[in-house]
Design a protein. Structure first.
Lengths: 117, 116, 83, 116, 117, 83
């Protein structure tokens, strides 16, 4: 089994990068691989549990919760979180952590593959 | 585990923030427990960052920190320069001009390849 | 010998670099499925992205894969990110 | 005051959300007090939206609402199609193919020009 | 004097669009023009009062507060605000309103010029 | 007779459309200041964007303006957005 690290630098809704990360990550977890995800820059908005969008059955945040529930380790860049006014991630889904680039560097160190989206 | 990481800067500075947040990431990659070895290459619209007069203000601190940690190469790719009308004389001394073939070789020689 | 993950904004440089890798595998994701990849041998495109854009008939010599397949490709190959 | 508004869709669908949120905006522009008159044109990477098989799923509701409010033209620009290898036969019937000269004329004829 | 309407569809930090809107808007206000701004899509993140970024003297939100303080009328798309988990704009600067596209349509109706960024 | 507000992603279409307007005024903002606008007569570029990118010497036949000037141009001309 492999260890796959994802980097996500774009937010929910505006572009589809979050969707590829989420679906690819879930597929990897189901195949038994280890998945880590570092959310950087606008990527940190994906962790919010407060997204409400009636047009969609599931909002992006639901997918990231599902990633965590299935064993993915998710860390969001704290500097990015606070810069973007997201108050230390107080409205993030439980299990989505706020950390720093050293966490990401550690993910990269243990990863067999690194994907940036 | 220490890895060799290639940071490719491909987006135009300064309209998007990747030019400086990418360098923040370089610092973080080098200063973690694994002490990853980083090489930076500027290609595509990223090549504009190598222009002599470009304001390194915001990213200068990272460049300084990076050089304090270890010798790090900054390459800019000749083909991207040519496509954008950037003559070699307009390139800042901090950057070494390489060919697309060299970029392909850098990609082969590094363990991890980021696009920023 | 690497897997090149390509999206539209970085496709021009990405594909041109991949040309220099005799054993390149190309994976088109999102808006890069609009591209013409004539001349490349091992090209894959993500099914969901292809279907949404209605480009299945435009793709030539491209294998359409799902996320499970893409995970396998990622695990089997070094990944170069142009996405 | 009622205005004539041209919505230019220039970004590639579906990687960015502008293709559908732009149409949401069209609905809003038409249904406000001023009852603005809207024309839609797809150019640049936006031309891909006119492909026959493209999934109009998410944006179909807006298209329906728009047609309920008033007759609205959807144009796609021939030069952008040519640059992207889109033959006229691949274009959905809902779209009328126009030239870049026609686009320039549409810009002149409208009061407000949005890029989406 | 003219009435200038801005549309802003990108967020703070990630790109510079917010900066051109803010600086151009302030220049217009100082020349005595009326300024309205509709924040759409990621543009709605610009209204947050909770941005904290030590690297910058002023965060983007400060500029939008300054726009309001100088007489600009700012409305953020409510659907976008809630989709992006920003809870009806409860952390927006006072004076930055949450509304809908009809508000924007009205801005456009009264505007002499419309700028999209 | 219009003012074309141009940024890099839409510049190709925007400039080509502006060519059809004999009295076009072009305003380059942000990353579009990297572009070559040879062949256009009335081209302006935002000072802050030019200086940050170090492209003052690259610009040919372009008037560098500040935000005050840009406000005046906007007020005086119909605006076409390609930004």
């Amino acid at each position: 089994m492999s260890n796959i690290n994802f980097l996500l630098t774009e937010g929910p809704f505006q572009t589809e990068k979050w969707s590829t990360v989420a679906k690819l990550g879930l597929a990897a977890l189901k195949k038994g691989h280890a998945v880590t995800l570092f959310c950087y820059l606008d990527g940190v908005y994906n962790g919010l549990s407060t997204q409400e969008f009636a047009d969609w059955e599931k909002v992006p945040g639901d997918y990231f919760k599902e990633l965590v529930d299935n064993g993915a380790e998710i860390v969001c860049c704290g500097i990015c979180v606070n810069a973007r006014g997201q108050q230390s991630g107080k409205f993030f889904y439980e299990g989505i952590k706020v950390g720093g680039i050293p966490d990401w560097a550690a993910f990269v160190g243990t990863a067999d593959r690194v994907i940036t989206l | 585990m220490e890895k060799k990481i290639l940071f490719m800067f491909l987006r135009a500075p300064f309209g998007a923030i990747y030019y400086t947040e990418g360098l923040r990431a370089v610092v973080g990659m080098m200063s973690g427990l694994d002490e990853h070895k980083v090489t930076c290459v500027y290609a595509g619209d990223g090549a504009y960052y190598a222009l002599k007069g470009a304001d390194k203000g915001e990213s200068a601190g990272y460049v300084k920190t990076i050089s304090d940690i270890s010798e790090t190469h900054y390459y800019v790719e000749k083909e991207s320069m040519a496509e954008r009308g950037i003559p070699e004389g307009d390139v800042d001394d901090a950057f070494e001009v390489i060919s697309r073939d060299d970029l392909a070789k850098l990609i082969t020689d590094n363990d991890v390849v980021f696009d920023f | 010998m690497a897997l090149y993950l390509i999206d539209l904004p970085f496709a021009q440089v990405g594909l041109d670099v991949a040309k220099r890798d005799g054993e390149a595998k190309i994976v088109l994701i999102q808006d890069s499925v609009y591209l013409d990849t004539a001349g490349f041998e091992n090209v894959y495109a993500v099914k969901e992205d292809v279907e949404k854009r209605g480009v299945a008939a435009r793709l030539r010599n491209v294998r359409v894969i799902d996320y499970d397949d893409l995970v396998d490709l990622i695990v089997e190959n070094k990944v170069v990110n142009f996405a």
